[in-house]
Design a protein around this ligand. Structure first.
Ligand code: ADP
Length: 474
C-alpha cells in the first residue's frame, strides 16, 4: 500500500515541536511494516538538509493555480533516515516558503493553503495515485476538502491526524477562494476554520492519545467537539498514543551524548550529569537535578515552570530550563528571571531551541517537569523516561496515559502551584530518603515500551479499513 504523509514539519529537517518527531518516526515504523511511504513537505528556505541523503532537484516543473494565476513548482527528492521525501518549491510572487521560519508569518493560512493545493497537484503528477494520503494538523486540513470537491478525478482515502486542536487555521472566505474552494459549497461568511473543514472532509480522524481524544470530544474540544462526536459515532475518530523513535532517542547509542548508558549500567548518566553541571557552572551537588525542555507558550504553563524552578532552588535542588519562545513578552519575562538568577549556581536558563542540548539535558536530569495545561500526547516525558529521568507532570491528555504516579513518575491532578509543589515534595522525599524506591521507579520508566510498533500497526489497520482491497503484509 502506498501512503503519502503530508505535513508542515519533519525531524530533523524542519522541526518546531513534536509533530516533526512523529512524522519521521511514524513513517519509519510504517516502512518497517512493509508499507511504501513518502513524505511531502514545503521546501522552506530554512530547511536543515544535513541529514537528507541524495537530495536532488528533478528536471521539469508542475503548476498550481492560486489567486487567479498559475505558478510553477519544482520538486526536490531525497531520503531522510531511509524514508523517501519530496520537497515542493514554489516559484510564487509572495515567497511563501522564503521566510526563514516554518510558522509565524501573518499570511500563514495563505502559505499552507498554497501548499495544500500544490501537494494535490503533485499527487496527480506522480506515476500513480497513492491509496492513502495522511495529512497532519490545520496546515494540511484544507487538503481533504480541496481533493474531494474537485471534479472528475479519482481520489485517495484521507486520514487527518490532529496533533493539537487549539491551532485551527482561521481564515476568510476570500482566502479560501484564492485556493480554489468553490463558492457553491463554501458560501461567503465571516470566517472559515480549516481544521473544522479537515474533520468534515477526511475519511478518518485520529489524535495522538486516548485521553486527549476523550477530552476533545467534550467541552475542551470547543466548537469542534460536536463534529468529532459525529465522526466517533461513525467509527471514524480515535486516539492513538504516539510512540518515540528508538533509533534517535536511545541513551545506549545517542550520537549527541558523550557517554552512553542503559538501564543495567547507569553510571554514564551520573557522568553526563557531572559534565552538564560543569558546562553550566552549576556547583557540585547530590541533586536532584530538575529540568524542563519546552516551548514557552500558554499550553505549557510557563508560570508553573517558573514556580517549579523557584521551589526547586529553595529546596536545594538544581534546575535547567531549555525553553524557546516565539512571543517576545514571554521571552522577556524569562530573560528577566535569567538575569535575576545569573549568580545562582543552582540553575541555568537557556532560552533557545537546541536539539543537541536537549539530548544532553534529558540524560543529565533526575526529574523532568511538564506542567502543561493540556497536552495532546507530549513526547518530552517519554524521552525523559527512556533516559532514566522521572517525569513530574500535570495529569492531562497523553501525560495521563503515560505517566503513572509513584510507578514511573509523579503526577498532579490540577494545574496549580499547590498541586505541583505537592508532587515536587513527594518526588524530592523519595529521591533523598528512599533511593532504592527511586531506582525501582527509574528502572520501570526505562523499561516502558513506547515504541512505534503498536501505534504503527494500528495506523496500518485503519488504512486497510479504508482501502479493503490492500491486504496487510506483516
Ligand atoms: P510540542 O509539540 O507541543 O512542542 P511535544 O512534547 O510533543 O510538545 O514535543 C516537543 C519536542 O520538541 C520534543 O522533541 C522536545 O525535545 C523538543 N523541544 C521542545 N523545546 C525544545 C527546546 N527549547 N530545545 C530543543 N528541543 C526542544
Amino acid at each position: 500500500m502506498e501512503i503519502v504523509q503530508i505535513a508542515a514539519e519533519l525531524a530533523p529537517v524542519a522541526k518546531v515541536g513534536g509533530l516533526a518527531d512523529v512524522l519521521l518516526a511514524l513513517s519509519k515504523a510504517l516502512q518497517a511494516k512493509k508499507e511504501q511511504v513518502e513524505i511531502v513537505l514545503p521546501r522552506y528556505d530554512c530547511l536543515d538538509v544535513t541529514e537528507v541523503e541524495d537530495l536532488n532537484l528533478l528536471p521539469g516543473s508542475f503548476t498550481t493555480f492560486f489567486d487567479g494565476h498559475y505558478h510553477q513548482n519544482s520538486l526536490w527528492k531525497g531520503r531522510v533516515h531511509g524514508v523517501n521525501i519530496t520537497f515542493i518549491e514554489p516559484d510564487d510572487p509572495w515567497g511563501f516558503f522564503e521566510r526563514n521560519t516554518v510558522y509565524g508569518s501573518p499570511d500563514d493560512t495563505e502559505r499552507f493553503l498554497y501548499f495544500c493545493k500544490a501537494a494535490i497537484d503533485y499527487l496527480y503528477c506522480r506515476e500513480r495515485l497513492p491509496e492513502i494520503v495522511h495529512v497532519h494538523d490545520w496546515h494540511l486540513s484544507a487538503l481533504p476538502a480541496l481533493l474531494k470537491t474537485q471534479e472528475e478525478k479519482k481520489v485517495p482515502k484521507i486520514v487527518l491526524t490532529i496533533h493539537n486542536h487549539t491551532y485551527q487555521g482561521i481564515t476568510s472566505a476570500a482566502t479560501l477562494y484564492k485556493a480554489g474552494f468553490k463558492k457553491e459549497l463554501f458560501p461567503p461568511r465571516d470566517h472559515y476554520n480549516l481544521l473544522e473543514e479537515g474533520i468534515r472532509y477526511a475519511d478518518y480522524i485520529t489524535t495522538v492519545s486516548p485521553t486527549y481524544a476523550q477530552e476533545i470530544l467534550g467541552p475542551s474540544g470547543g466548537d469542534l467537539s460536536a463534529l468529532l462526536r459525529e465522526a466517533k459515532k461513525k467509527g471514524a475518530f480515535e486516539g492513538i498514543l504516539n510512540g518515540i523513535d528508538l533509533d534517535v532517542w536511545n541513551p545506549k547509542k545517542d550520537s549527541f551524548l558523550p557517554i552512553h548508558y542503559d538501564k543495567e549500567h547507569k553510571s554514564g548518566k551520573k557522568e553526563i550529569q557531572k559534565m552538564v553541571r560543569k558546562m553550566f557552572s552549576l556547583e557540585e551537588s547530590n541533586g536532584p537535578l530538575v529540568s524542563s525542555i519546552t516551548r514557552l507558550v500558554y499550553q505549557k504553563s510557563p508560570e508553573l515552570i517558573k514556580e517549579g524552578l523557584l521551589w526547586t532552588l529553595k529546596a536545594k535542588g538544581q534546575f535547567i530550563l531549555l525553553g524557546s519562545s516565539a512571543d517576545s513578552a514571554t521571552h522577556e519575562a524569562f530573560y528577566a528571571l535569567k538575569r535575576t538568577l545569573s549568580s545562582n549556581r543552582g540553575c541555568h536558563i537557556e532560552l533557545a531551541f537546541n536539539e543537541r542540548l536537549s539530548h544532553l539535558v534529558y540524560a543529565a536530569s533526575d526529574i523532568l517537569l511538564v506542567p502543561s495545561r493540556f497536552e495532546p500526547c507530549g513526547l518530552t516525558q517519554l524521552y525523559a523516561m527512556r533516559y532514566g529521568t522521572l517525569p513530574l507532570v500535570h495529569k492531562t491528555g497523553g501525560l495521563a496515559d503515560t505517566v503513572i504516579d509513584n510507578e514511573n513518575g509523579f503526577t498532579f491532578e490540577t494545574a496549580t502551584k499547590e498541586a505541583e509543589i505537592g508532587a515536587f515534595e513527594r518526588a524530592f522525599h523519595i529521591y533523598r530518603e528512599l533511593p532504592e524506591k527511586w531506582r525501582t521507579m527509574q528502572d520501570r520508566a526505562m523499561r516502558s515500551d513506547f515504541s512505534w510498533d503498536n501505534p504503527a500497526m494500528r495506523y496500518s489497520v485503519i488504512y486497510r479499513q479504508l482501502v479493503p482491497s490492500s491486504p496487510l503484509l506483516s
